[in-house]
Design a protein around this ligand. Structure first.
Ligand SMILES: [Zn+2]
Length: 306
């Protein structure tokens, strides 16, 4: 007898609760990302040691997941970041699954009331539109920090000879159908009674983290404050990619500040680029550095030992 191999994985969505909030990670795909240049001020021997100790992919590349999240507050459906979508293969062809996975999770894009952007880089913003340029989230307001809006919708960048030209061109197209419902704010502002914000500026000038609180439990959606679940917690002082960080030192300082607050206030941590589904807990160890413990994916929902 022969048995046909299916060659497909289960749908990329995963649900978890924070108090009365129902959160759903919606996997957009992954970037086939090189280690080369990833942490430009890292000691290469230390990076190699950690690759071995944590059994990370041994070669030159690793998969960097993209994990947008939908939060159902009871009266609103809020999407945090929109994935890479299918308008561009600037970062490869391994992304663009957000809409399919959202539908598989039981959520229709038309039901989304608000989209909160951590920042406007391609792998977060390009998924706001379909390949024909129309809005994916036709009924949603779009929340962006003023600083990120200024940095990444600046038409002067279109004339540059670096990555900022195509990134800005794509972001201008992605936000175009939302222009009459863009809500600009400053990091630190409160979006809703259950949603506060905190600056994570550095990776982009307006990078923002969103803290949701319900029934005494908190979670922070950090976007690109950190990119790797092993390297960043152990070495918060490492910069991410000098080319792509608007201000690498500012980004490292913001990362350290957010890690400290997360531990001090017992906040659950979500890393957009951490391994799917990106939710877990940070621990501070004796030397003052951190470790990330990602939740194990399970079909159980809402189990509590309390
Ligand atoms: Zn990113």
């Amino acid at each position: 007898m022969t048995a046909k191999q299916r060659k497909v994985q289960n749908a990329g969505w995963y649900r978890f609760n924070i108090g009365a909030l129902e959160c759903t990670t919606i996997w957009d795909g992954y970037i086939h990302h090189g280690y080369e240049g990833l942490f430009p001020n890292a000691d290469p021997a230390e990076l190699a040691r950690l690759k071995q100790e944590y059994r990370l992919p041994k070669g030159e590349f690793f998969p960097m997941d993209l994990n947008p999240v939908v939060v159902n507050t009871g009266d609103r459906l809020i999407l945090i970041d929109a994935g890479m979508g299918r308008t561009s293969q600037l970062f490869g062809d391994t992304m663009g699954h957000t809409v399919d996975n959202m539908r598989a999770s039981g959520i229709e894009p038309d039901e989304i009331d608000m989209v909160l952007m951590t920042h406007l880089h391609p792998d977060h913003s390009f998924g706001l539109i379909h390949p024909d340029g129309t809005a994916v989230y036709r009924n949603a307001d779009l929340y962006v920090t003023k600083a990120d809006w200024e940095e990444w919708t600046d038409e002067a960048s279109l004339k540059r000879n670096d990555f900022r030209a195509p990134w800005t061109e794509g972001t201008l197209a992605a936000v175009a159908p939302y222009r009459d419902r863009v809500k600009l704010f400053d990091p630190g502002d409160t979006i809703l009674p259950v949603v506060s914000t905190m600056s994570g500026a550095g990776h982009s000038l307006g990078q923002c983290a969103y803290i949701f609180e319900s029934e005494g439990e908190k979670v922070v959606f950090t976007g690109d404050v950190a990119h790797h679940a092993v390297f960043d917690p152990i070495h918060p002082e490492w910069f991410f990619h000098n080319d792509y960080d608007s201000d690498p030192q500012m980004g490292a300082d913001a990362k350290a500040a957010i890690f400290a607050r997360v531990v001090d206030e017992n906040i659950r941590y979500h890393g957009y680029h951490f391994p799917y589904p990106g939710i877990g807990d940070l621990e501070r160890v004796a030397d003052g550095t951190y470790r990330f413990h990602g939740d194990a994916v399970t079909p159980r929902l809402g189990y509590s030992v309390d």
